[in-house]
Design a protein around this ligand. Structure first.
Ligand SMILES: Cc1cc2nc3c(=O)[nH]c(=O)nc-3n(C[C@H](O)[C@H](O)[C@H](O)COP(=O)(O)OP(=O)(O)OC[C@H]3O[C@@H](n4cnc5c(N)ncnc54)[C@H](O)[C@@H]3O)c2cc1C
Length: 427
C-alpha cells in the first residue's frame, strides 16, 4: 500500500522523544514549522536516570510552560548535600538573576511523557512505537532527506521525508552512526547505575551526593571507586545510584551493580536500602560528555542532547543540556527555514555548532581537565579532606560543578568562572 505523502513529510523530523527531542520539537512547532517527532517506545516508559534536576533544568521546564507546582507532583530541592572526607555539607543553590534557586526531581517515565505531550500540544506530530532505522540519503549530495522506520506493533515499514533531521536518539544514536558520526575517544565518558528503594528518606529536600563510597561489610572498611547519589523522589521511594568516569583506573574492572549493592549494604539500616525494599532492578547506561560526537551539524543532520555528547563532565548532568541544545537547534532551524536560497540556509545551519561551542566549549574544556584530575584517587582524597571544610571554596565549587552563574552582573565567583570558561579553548 502506498502511504499518503503529506502525513509522512514535514519541515523537520526529530528522532527520539527524550528531553532533547521533545524540547526541539516544541520550539519548532511553536514557531509554526511542521514537525514529526518519532519515538521508538510508547509513553510512559522507563529511562535509566538519577531523576535529579538542577536549577538549570528547572529553568528550561518553566520556559516550556510545564506545570512544576508541588500540587502537580513535583518535589522541589533547595540545594546539594555533599558527603565525603568525614564531612557532611549542605549547600543551597545560588541566588542568581538567571536561574531559579530551586531544583526538582521527577521520575523519567512521567517526566519525558510530559515534555512529549507539551511538544504535541504545540503542534508537533508525535509517532510512538516508531523505531527509526536507516537514514535516507541523497546519492548526489550525501545529505539526509528522511528516515526509514518500523511503526506500531505490527512493525509496518514507513518512510518519512524532510529537508532537515534532528538526531535526539540518545547516547547510542544509531542515526548519527549511520551518517558516519562516530564517538570521539579523546572525550570523557561515564557509566552510571541506579535503582529505587522504598525509604523514609523519600521526601529529602536536598539532592545528596557522596564523594566517597565505603564497603563496611568486611572486617576492614574498603573504599570503593565512583561517586554516589541519593535523591528522594517524594513518592515513597529514593533513587540511589553511582557513577564512574573512564579516567578512573577501575572503569573497566568492576561490575557496577555489585559495587552499588556493596555501598547500599553499608548504609544505615533505618534508611531502608535493602534488597527487600528495592522496587526495580539495578540498571545502568553511559554518560557521553563534553561534545564527544561532532560535528553537531552536517549534511542536513543536527545532533542534540546525548546524541551530541552534551553531558556536563563536572557533574554528570545531562537533562538541562539536552533541553538547552534542543532550544538552540530549534532557533537555528527556524532562522534557516526563513532563508531564500539553499546556500543561505546552509550558512544559517552551520551556525549551530558555533553557538554550542561558544556556549559550552570553554566550560567543557575545563571539565575535561577536572575529570583527569579527579581520576587520580590521591588528588581526590586531598581535595575532599581540605576542600569540604572550606565554606567559601565549596560555594565556588557548587557554582562551578553545576554551571550556575550570572553571565553579567554576577558576583566575584561568577566572574572568575565565566572568565575561565571564556579563555579556555572551545574544542
Ligand atoms: C544512571 C544515570 C543517571 C543519570 N542521572 C541524571 C540526573 O540525575 N540528572 C540529569 O540531568 N541527567 C542524568 N543523567 C543523564 C541523562 O539521563 C541524559 O543526559 C538525558 O536523558 C539525555 O536526554 P536525550 O533526550 O538526549 O536522550 P534520551 O533521554 O536517551 O532520549 C532518547 C530518546 O530517543 C529514543 N530513541 C532511541 N533510538 C531511537 C530510534 N532508533 N528511533 C526512535 N526513537 C529512538 C529513546 O527511546 C529515547 O526516548 C543520568 C544518566 C544515567 C545513565
Amino acid at each position: 500500500m502506498t502511504e499518503p505523502l503529506s502525513e509522512h513529510t514535514a519541515d523537520v523530523i526529530v528522532v527520539g522523544a527524550g528531553p532533547a527531542g521533545s524540547t526541539t520539537a516544541y520550539y519548532l512547532a511553536k514557531a509554526g514549522l511542521d514537525v514529526l517527532l518519532l519515538e521508538k517506545t510508547a509513553f510512559p516508559r522507563e529511562k535509566v536516570c538519577g531523576d535529579g534536576l538542577t536549577p538549570r533544568a528547572t529553568k528550561q521546564l518553566v520556559a516550556m510552560g510545564i506545570d512544576i507546582s508541588e500540587e502537580a507532583g513535583w518535589l522541589r530541592n533547595k540545594g546539594l548535600r555533599i558527603i565525603g572526607g568525614g564531612v557532611r555539607l549542605q549547600l543551597d543553590w545560588p541566588d542568581l538573576a538567571s536561574y531559579p534557586d530551586y531544583g526538582l526531581v521527577r521520575k523519567r517515565d512521567d517526566f519525558d511523557e510530559q515534555l512529549a505531550r507539551q511538544a504535541q500540544k504545540a503542534g508537533a506530530r508525535l509517532y510512538e512505537q516508531c523505531n527509526v532505522g536507516a537514514p535516507i540519503v541523497d546519492d548526489r549530495t550525501g545529505r539526509i532527506t528522511g528516515v526509514k522506520a518500523k511503526l506500531g506493533d505490527e512493525k509496518r515499514e514507513v518512510t518519512f521525508h524532510a529537508p532537515l533531521v534532528v538526531a535526539a536518539d540518545g547516547n547510542s544514536t544509531r542515526l548519527s552512526l549511520a551518517m558516519g558520526l562516530h564517538r570521539r575517544e579523546d572525550r570523557p565518558m561515564g557509566v552510571a547505575v541506579r535503582t529505587y528503594f522504598t525509604s523514609p528518606r523519600h521526601d529529602d529536600d536536598y539532592l545528596e551526593s557522596w564523594l566517597e563510597l565505603w564497603d563496611r561489610r568486611g572486617p576492614q572498611d574498603r573504599l570503593l571507586p565512583g561517586y554516589g547519589w541519593i535523591f528522594g523522589m517524594g513518592d515513597g521511594t529514593s533513587n540511589v545510584g553511582l557513577g564512574i568516569l573512564n579516567s578512573s583506573s577501575a572503569f573497566r574492572e568492576l561490575d557496577w551493580r555489585e559495587v552499588l549493592k556493596a555501598w547500599c549494604a553499608s548504609m544505615p539500616e533505618d534508611w531502608g536500602f535493602t534488597p527487600d525494599n528495592m522496587t526495580t532492578s539495578i540498571r545502568g547506561a553511559a554518560l557521553p560528555m563534553a561534545f564527544n560526537r561532532q560535528p553537531h551539524y552536517t549534511k542536513g543532520l543536527l545532533l542534540v542532547g546525548d546524541a551530541g555528547g552534551l553531558v556536563n563532565p563536572f557533574n554528570g548532568e545531562g537533562i538541562a543540556y539536552a533541553m538547552e541544545s534542543g532550544q538552540i537547534a530549534a532557533d537555528v532551524i527556524v532562522q534557516a527555514h526563513a532563508r531564500a536560497t539553499p546556500a543561505q540556509r546552509e550558512l544559517a545551519l552551520h551556525n549551530y555548532p558555533k553557538i554550542l561551542k561558544d556556549t559550552y566549549g570553554g566550560y567543557y574544556t575545563l571539565g575535561r581537565a577536572f575529570v583527569k584530575i579527579i581520576g587520580n584517587p590521591k588528588i581526590m582524597k586531598i581535595a575532599t579532606q581540605r576542600g569540604l571544610t572550606h565554606p567559601v571554596l565549596m560555594k565556588f565549587t557548587l557554582k562551578m560543578l553545576a554551571n550556575l552563574t550570572d553571565p553579567t552582573g554576577g558576583d566575584a565567583m561568577d566572574r572568575i568562572i565565566n572568565g575561565l570558561s571564556k579563555v579556555a579553548p572551545k574544542a
